[in-house]
Write a protein that binds this ligand. Structure first.
Ligand SMILES: N[C@@H](CCC(=O)N[C@@H](CS)C(=O)NCC(=O)O)C(=O)O
Length: 202
């Protein structure tokens, strides 16, 4: 399988943590590419009409996207319900946490494009502030969750979101008012799958 990826992408990191947790790393070839909404990658577009990474291309040419779908596919390859709880409250909690984390990543990645790609004269501060309101509100909710109880699609997505904030928005200083979340992030950063996938500039 071929994974269109970039070492800075928090969504790709979800897939890479999942693959390592499930022992599937040696079945996935990472194809590192760069892209933005204004400089698409033709290989990715040929497989994924939305033109985003991660995009996973199976050996028979079938393409899978986006990160929740790829992670669940890998989970089934590894026997199922290893990182996606099978049913009940555990499943809905994990999926809700994945949604919060993906929402943080979306707001942060869009803000990053605003800072790094959009011409200065076209920037709109109120819009960027609106994205950061989402991020801060979501982090406040996570401060009150019992994240230590499971390492699943919910918590590994949160790890990826927090790592991206540290990587691109360190000055936000999210830890200052969220000590429980900070302690959890420090503990989970020692996990081999998390340590091995820390974000890096491509
Ligand atoms: N919902 C998607 C979001 C993926 C995404 O936004 N990826 C970014 C890179 S971090 C991307 O490909 N951006 C290019 C674009 O927006 O055209 C997922 O969960 O995989």
């Amino acid at each position: 399988m071929k994974l269109y990826s970039n070492p800075a992408s928090p969504y790709v990191r979800k897939v890479r943590i999942t693959a390592q947790e499930l022992g599937l790393n040696d079945r996935i070839e990472l194809v590192s590419i760069t892209l933005t909404p204004v400089s698409p990658h033709e290989g990715v577009r040929a497989s994924n009409p939305i033109g985003k990474i991660p995009t996973l291309v199976l050996d028979d040419g079938t393409a899978l996207y986006d990160s929740p779908v790829i992670c669940e596919y890998l989970d089934t390859l590894a026997g199922g319900n290893r990182i996606f709880p099978a049913a009940g409250a555990a499943r809905w909690t994990a999926l809700r946490r994945q949604a919060i984390a993906d929402g943080i990543m979306e707001a942060a990645v869009l803000t990053r494009y605003e800072d790094a790609v959009r011409p200065k004269e076209l920037r709109w501060q109120a819009w960027a502030d609106g994205q950061f309101l989402k991020i801060r509100t979501a982090l406040d909710v996570l401060e009150h969750e019992h994240l230590e109880s499971a390492f699943d699609i919910g918590t590994l997505s949160i790890v990826s979101a927090l790592g991206y904030l540290d990587f691109r928005f360190a000055s936000e200083g999210w830890r200052a008012t969220r000590p429980r979340l900070a302690a959890w992030a420090a503990a989970v950063s020692k996990r081999p799958s998390v340590a091995a996938t820390a974000p890096a500039a491509a």
